[in-house]
Design a protein around this ligand. Structure first.
Ligand code: FE
Length: 182
């Protein structure tokens, strides 16, 4: 092997190493967001202020409460999934929503226990169980032990803390009805 061949080999190795590095960086950046849905969402106070409305910030990040009977999901009976208004995590199904008469959207269980964290809340001279989105730590409301069967629990949630995604089956039914009436 002469000197120029050795130089060429070193050069090829360097170029190959460079290309591999670039490729792995691009692959990481292009990773779909859905893959990280179960990962925690951590933002600074300033970042949350930038992406939430003042009311959402007051309730989700400062543990506020909306006025009873004023929330948009209190008397909401569509079929679908209620998501976290902070991070979009799927939290509650319309299948477990019921009218508790409390003035806040109420559910007898979350989509899965891992979706909602609980913490003891001793504020306002009461001992209550606070419920939070396990993904972003957003304050959702409180959990009480006066719910219906089978759990006997009431997840009492601020509408402001929630988003809603209608179930696709419902959308298909509507469009089919439209087709039929043509
Ligand atoms: Fe969240």
């Amino acid at each position: 092997m002469n000197r120029s061949t050795v130089k060429l080999s070193y050069l090829s190795a360097a170029v190959l190493f460079f290309l591999l590095t670039v490729h792995s960086t691009v692959a990481q950046e292009n990773r779909p967001k859905s893959e990280s849905t179960s990962e925690s969402v951590v933002k600074s106070e300033e970042e949350w202020r930038g992406c939430l409305t003042p009311e959402e910030f007051r309730i989700l990040r400062e543990k506020g409460t909306e006025m009873a009977f004023t929330g948009k999901y209190n008397k909401h009976n569509e079929k679908g999934v209620y998501t976290c208004a902070g991070c979009g995590a799927e939290l509650f199904s319309s299948e477990t929503k019921y009218d508790s008469g409390s003035g806040w959207p109420s559910f007898w269980k979350p989509i899965s226990d891992e979706k909602v964290d609980t913490e003891t809340d001793n504020s306002l001279f009461m001992k209550r169980t606070e419920i939070l989105c396990s993904r972003c730590g957003g304050h959702l409301g409180h959990m009480f032990e006066d719910g219906p069967r089978p759990t006997g629990l009431r997840y009492c949630v601020n509408s402001v803390s929630l988003g809603f995604e209608p179930q696709e089956v419902e959308v298909e039914t509507v469009s089919k009805e439209k087709e039929d009436s043509k």
